[in-house]
Design a protein around this ligand. Structure first.
Ligand code: GRF
Length: 206
């Protein structure tokens, strides 16, 4: 089945860029339509999606919506673009809002997120700073399915980077970001090729 993809962003959109570029290069298969959605009308990624990739974009309508209003607005957009619980995949790519339970339960195991740490370490905001503060010597990034537990859903792919003594949050973030841009398109392609199976809350590859 061909998949319709929604990419949700809030800002820069470099992961969105990596996904759209991989689609353009034929590195992600079985995707029919794509829409980029933002909660922030000034997100840089919206301009890149439109101008560079000619992808349709949508902005969540209200200013400062409640979580439920945000959910309703996203569900309307998904409906408009025929992104359903049967054929849809929703990719959170630097989306700085927490989705509500309605959308998460409707699209169970069809919502992915990328997080800049080796989960389950360093959940939540400023994961790279948390890694520096903890003094870990290896960090990385994780693509996981989204559940109601923040950054707690089943892990799809991870990759790691060294953490050097001289690193600060910025240098570590940059090193991790390179790996994010590799594993996110790869995880999406596994999904769209129907290669991901959940067994006892763990993702295994067919
Ligand atoms: C990335 O580091 C991602 O892991 C985190 O937010 C950042 C988004 O960056 N969730 P970008 O908008 O994709 O450039």
């Amino acid at each position: 089945m061909l998949i319709n993809l929604a990419i949700l962003i809030s800002g820069r959109g470099s992961n969105m860029f990596a996904i759209l570029e991989s689609l353009d290069k034929g590195k992600i298969h079985n995707v029919k339509d794509v829409v980029v959605v933002s909660n922030n009308m000034d997100a840089q990624g919206l301009v890149i999606a439109k101008n560079r990739f000619n992808i349709k974009t949508e902005v969540v309508s209200r200013r400062n919506p409640t979580r439920q209003e945000m959910d309703e607005s996203i569900l309307e957009i998904l409906h408009k673009y025929d992104i359903t619980p049967q054929n849809g995949l929703i990719c959170l790519a630097g989306f700085m809002k927490v989705l509500g339970p309605k959308i998460i339960s409707s699209y169970q195991n069809r919502i992915m997120n990328i997080h800049p740490s080796l989960l389950p370490s360093f959940k939540g905001l400023n994961a790279q700073r948390q890694a520096i503060m903890a003094g870990v010597k290896i960090s990385g990034c994780t693509v996981h399915f989204v559940t109601n537990e923040l950054d707690g859903g089943p892990i799809i792919l991870q990759n790691c980077v060294p953490v050097y003594d001289k690193d600060d949050e910025k240098s570590l973030s940059e090193r991790i970001l390179v790996k994010e841009h590799e594993i996110y398109p790869e995880a999406i392609n596994l999904f769209t090729n129907n290669k991901l199976v959940l067994e006892n809350n763990r993702v295994v590859q067919k």
